[in-house]
Design a protein around this ligand. Sequence first.
Ligand SMILES: [Zn+2]
Length: 76
Amino acid sequence: MSTTWQAAADVRARVLDLVRLTPEQGQQLNGRRCARSSRTDDQLRPGGFAYTTGTGGHLAWPVRVCPGHMDTEGPQ
Ligand SMILES: [Zn+2]
């Protein structure tokens, strides 16, 4: 493996700075990747909200997660 980026932690767990978003995090906010594991999956489901801060103030993004961990407290 030679990934240059770390898989982000659950983007819902903290407020992200829009200016410093990685492309991957942007995809998570747009529901194209799981907000928790960052996997791409056809079965992503609504998984709560992630929050960002930036020039527009605080924004809430309805993010999606894999079916396997819909609950924030659930096992991986
Ligand atoms: Zn996932």
